[in-house]
Design a protein around this ligand. Structure first.
Ligand code: C2E
Ligand code: CA
Ligand code: CA
Length: 951
């Protein structure tokens, strides 16, 4: 153990001994009290009262009491120093030792002397008990310090030792030896006990030290732990912060990287754009290292990649500047190198790879100079390829001079057809100055008042806008007063995307040329006899008119006119007479057709008249009537009056067609028809038959089939008396029940049949079919029924009609009175006598004869008287006109005339009550029309008959 510890131990031992002694001494005092009390009591009991012992006892008790009190109050509860306490314990020990020694003295030396029955032996015993027991107690309680024991021990044994000396050893030797042995043992025990005590204390101290050490270590440990914890938390927080910082850092790095990437991309785009811009603009950046005499041209390497490629040229060797431009080039360059100009700029030619000279435009600037002598070191610039520009400019100049000097009017229009440029010739042509023309619409400078002018301009504009071009001759009246015939040629100018950007117009003046031509063409185009346009010119004019006015013209009527029976008359009149007749006829036509578009003499006695129809003008019928009237007065030729009649055929544009050739030929066909009907009449071309003819060439073949296959059927349309609405009979009307086309009306196939022998076969079929039907009705009791049959001229002329009729009458055993034949006026025209004979024979069979479609043909009274006609069938077209005040007199005249001649009058196509009433009032006899019934099938006709017949 170290000195420090040794010292501490000593201090600890000392204070511990004192502390413990202060406790044990109390017990020691109490045990002494007990011993003394025992002695006193024993003595008192056995030997009675002793004054001296009593004093000793009380004194002892008092000392013990006082000592106890002081020990308790002063050293138990009060504060004290170890030194004082040590002193106190020592004083108590010595006091008690003295008191015990006094007790021994009293007991052994005094009492045997004063108390009778009490001897020295008893005194010795009692005193030994007193000291012996007290020392045993001392051994137990005063073992902290040997000194305490000793300062008690020695005073205590002194009187006892003294007694031994004083007493005779023979008597008490054993006793004394024994007692001394005991005392010595006690002394030894005391010293051993103290030592043990000391060792224990030592151990305790060590323990205590260890505990303190341990506690201290625990404390230190705890402190360390706490510090460690704090440190750990700190490090954790730091780690978190670090993590956070690293994340932020990472994010920032990413952000920066992205920014950098975008910047990089932008830069790349800009670079690409720049290169592209350079490329598009034909720019080549260059830099010139003046010191090393090297020029670097940044050329684009290829079209796909925009990476630039640099070419380095040796300035010394290569001077590809055009000899004519060298002077100007070097002058400008030197000026700038010397610092006399802000920048170098020059336009010159350089020699390219293809050995051709190319125009370029250079702009450059010195960017660094030698600070000492101010000599230029480096220069940068841009070269622009202006070759195309230069060439274009030159070409433009050329074009401009062409434009200026051209002997044709040239103008340029914008997309709205407004003038943006004109050449001097066009100014001269129109009589307007350039400034006036610019901004005006192409035809704004022309007279636009009349309909046809406006229409023409509109049609040209439409054509230009839709097709992009126009090229034709026009006659134009300008507001400047000029009137010119022009070749007008306009063409659209398109851009690369085919969008119209401009129009270019070239105008040639044809006025003079046309006048010349006109003079010549008159001779070509006009018929010198009549002074009217000839066929060629007529066709040309009509064609022109139709083409140029196709959008505005609504309807044209093309009339073909021909003199009836001209040939014999011409022969009679001889050449000159014939010519005179034609001349006069032309004159009259000219007068009566003053509103016609064209009037032409085609050839011989053929004329053509063209009218533009509108509701404002008279109808074509009225116009034809006017023509006929104008010709009704005789023509005086060579002093003789001659009557002529004409036939006319009419076709209409656009109903019959849009082509001039067709229109002419249709009008001619209609004319032929009029001629074949006897002339002196007007026929309008009937499209339907022709269409059918053209459309279906197989119809004839099919028709033959139809007859064989019994596809033809007869329908019956009732004829009714006006006065009592009773049925008079039927008209037999044929229909073709076509397997695929359905029920075909007769107009669709009869015209074809008429051109072949088929019509006779059909006629025969209808006659037999009708006769059979009449027989059926007669057998049903309808005796007086009259069924009319339609007969065409061909049937009459062929001659087997009578036989067929006879055969039918015979076969079905019916009378001729039940039959009526309907013939048209045209049937009566040719072979008049033959027809008359046949009709008479028909009449002999008591068959009725009706004149069909009366009013549409010649309507000549002579026919009516010449042929044995019983009935007049007034054509539907007249019935239709009922209600028109102008037309009505015609109907009443026909009826009156028929009546006067004793004929039965049948009105066809009665459709309204008004028509029925009107005709009934005029005493027309029989009505036929949809008002009563449409043509009916055999069965329906029978039903109708049953309902409307009064037997
Ligand atoms: P059509 O002889 O003048 O016959 C009268 C025509 O007028 C019939 O036409 C009839 O259906 C029609 N009709 C009658 N009433 C009215 C009416 O109120 N309004 C209208 N819009 N039409 C009416 P369909 O049957 O088409 O016959 C046309 C022509 O064919 C006949 O004219 C006739 O010329 C001819 N036809 C008919 N059947 C025969 C025949 O068997 N032989 C010959 N050769 N010709 C025939
Ligand atoms: Ca008829
Ligand atoms: Ca008729």
């Amino acid at each position: 153990m170290s000195n420090v510890n040794n010292y501490a131990y000593k201090r600890y031992l000392y204070s511990e001994q004192i502390k413990n002694s202060l406790i044990t001494i109390r017990y020691f005092l109490l045990s002494i009290c007990l011993v003394s009390t025992y002695i006193y009591v024993v003595f008192s009991l056995f030997f009675g009262y002793s004054e001296i012992l009593n004093i000793w006892f009380n004194l002892t008790e008092i000392i013990i009491f006082i000592s106890l009190c002081i020990t308790l109050f002063k050293f138990r509860f009060g504060t004290y120093s170890d030194k004082h306490a040590d002193l106190w314990v020592k004083s108590v020990c010595i006091t008690i030792g003295l008191m015990l020694a006094l007790g021994t003295f009293v007991l052994y030396f005094q009492l045997p002397m004063y108390v009778k029955n009490f001897n020295y032996y008893q005194g010795l015993n009692l005193s030994f008990i007193l000291i012996g027991v007290s020392l045993v107690f001392a051994l137990a309680f005063l073992n902290q310090k040997l000194i305490y024991f000793l300062i008690l021990f020695f005073p205590v044994i002194l009187p006892f030792l003294y007694a031994q000396i004083t007493l005779t050893l023979d008597n008490h030797l054993l006793f004394f030896i024994s007692t001394d042995f005991i005392l010595i043992s006690i002394f030894i025990c005391a010293s051993i006990s103290v030592r043990i005590q000391n060792k224990l204390t030592n151990l305790l101290f060590r323990n205590k030290l260890l505990v303190e050490d341990a506690e201290e270590q625990i404390l230190v440990q705890n402190k360390l732990n706490t510090q460690l914890k704090i440190e750990m938390e700190k490090s954790k927080a730091i780690e978190l912060k670090l993590q956070e910082y690293s994340q932020i850092l990472e994010y920032k790095i990413k952000e920066r990287t992205l920014d950098l990437e975008i910047m990089h991309q932008n830069l790349k785009n800009k670079q690409t754009n720049l290169i592209l811009a350079h490329d598009i603009a034909g720019l080549t950046p260059w830099d010139w290292n003046i010191k090393e005499r090297k020029i670097t041209l940044n050329k684009k390497s290829n079209k796909q990649s925009l990476d630039s490629d640099s070419i380095t040229l040796d300035f010394n060797k290569e001077t590809p500047v055009h000899p004519s431009d060298v002077k100007h080039f070097t002058y400008e360059l030197k000026r700038h190198l010397r610092g006399l100009s802000d920048q170098f700029e020059a336009t010159y030619r350089i020699q390219c790879n293809d050995n051709k000279w190319h125009w370029v435009h250079d702009i450059g600037r010195v960017i660094s100079r030698n600070p000492k002598n101010n000599f230029a070191i480096k220069m940068v610039g841009i070269r622009r390829d202006i070759n195309k520009e230069r060439l274009d400019q030159e070409r433009l100049k050329l074009s401009a001079s062409v434009l200026q000097q051209a002997a044709e009017g040239i103008f340029i229009l914008d997309e709205d057809l407004k003038y943006i440029d004109v050449n001097p010739f066009y100014e001269k042509l129109t009589g307007f100055e350039r400034e006036i023309l610019l901004g005006k619409q192409v035809f704004e400078i022309c007279i636009n008042k009349q309909d046809n002018q406006q229409l023409m301009h509109n049609s040209i504009i439409t054509k230009v806008l839709t097709t992009g071009k126009y090229d034709d001759e026009i006659t134009e009246q300008f507001l400047s007063g000029k009137e010119l015939t022009l070749r007008f040629h306009i063409n659209a100018i398109k851009d690369d995307l085919n969008r119209t950007i401009n129009y270019i117009g070239i105008v040639s003046d044809l006025t003079e040329k046309r006048l010349q031509e006109q003079r010549l063409s008159y001779l070509e185009n006009y018929d010198t006899l009549t002074d009217l346009p000839n066929r060629i010119y007529y066709n040309y004019q009509l064609h022109q008119y139709v083409v140029t006015h196709q959008n505005s013209v609504k309807q044209l009527a093309i009339i073909r006119l021909n003199i009836d029976r001209f040939r014999p008359l011409n022969e009679y009149l001889k050449q000159s007479g014939g010519d005179e007749l034609l001349r006069q006829l032309a004159q009259r036509l000219r007068l009566s057709n003053d509103e016609a578009l064209f009037l032409a003499h085609l050839n011989s006695d053929n004329f053509a008249i063209v009218y533009e129809l509108s509701h404002l003008r008279p109808s074509i019928h009225e116009q034809c009537e006017k023509i006929m009237r104008s010709l009704s007065t005789p023509f005086n030729i060579n002093g003789e009056d001659h009557h002529i009649t004409v036939s006319m055929g009419v076709s209409f544009y656009p109903e019959h067609g849009r082509q001039v050739d067709y229109l002419n030929s249709y009008a001619e066909q209609a004319l032929k028809e009029a001629k074949s009907l006897g002339g002196n009449m007007v026929r309008i071309y009937n499209l339907r038959a022709d269409v059918l003819l053209n459309q279906d060439i197989y119809i004839e073949r099919d028709l033959r089939h139809a007859i064989k296959n019994h596809e033809l059927v007869v329908h019956y349309q009732p004829k009714v008396y006006f006065d009592n609405s009773q049925i008079q009979g039927f008209e037999a009307l044929i229909r073709w029940n076509h397997p695929t086309k359905g029920l075909i009306p007769p107009n669709m196939f009869l015209p074809i049949a008429e051109q072949t022998s088929l019509i006779s076969e059909i006629g025969t079929f209808v006659i037999l079919e009708t006769a059979k039907q009449i027989q059926k009705w007669k057998l049903m009791g309808y005796e007086n029924i009259i069924v009319s049959l339609n007969v065409v001229a061909q049937q009459l002329h062929r001659g087997n009609l009578l036989e067929t009729i006879d055969h039918a009458l015979q076969k079905y055993n019916i009378s001729g009175e039940n039959l009526e034949l309907e013939i048209t006026e045209s049937s009566l025209v040719d072979q008049t006598d033959l027809v008359k004979k046949i009709l008479e024979q028909i009449k002999m069979r008591r068959i009725h004869i009706a004149l069909d479609d009366f009013g549409t043909g010649y309507s000549s009274l002579s026919y009516l008287t010449h042929f044995p006609i019983d009935t007049l069938k007034i054509d539907r077209s007249f019935v239709l006109k009922i209600g028109h005040p102008k037309q009505e007199p015609l109907v009443s005249a026909i009826i009156a005339m028929g009546k006067a001649m004793g004929m039965t009058l049948v009105a066809e196509g009665v459709e309204t009550e008004e028509q029925k009433q009107y005709l009934s009032n005029l005493q027309c006899d029989i009505a036929q029309g949809f008002l009563f019934s449409k043509p009916l099938t055999e069965n329906d006709a029978t039903t109708y008959l049953v309902q409307h017949y009064q037997k």
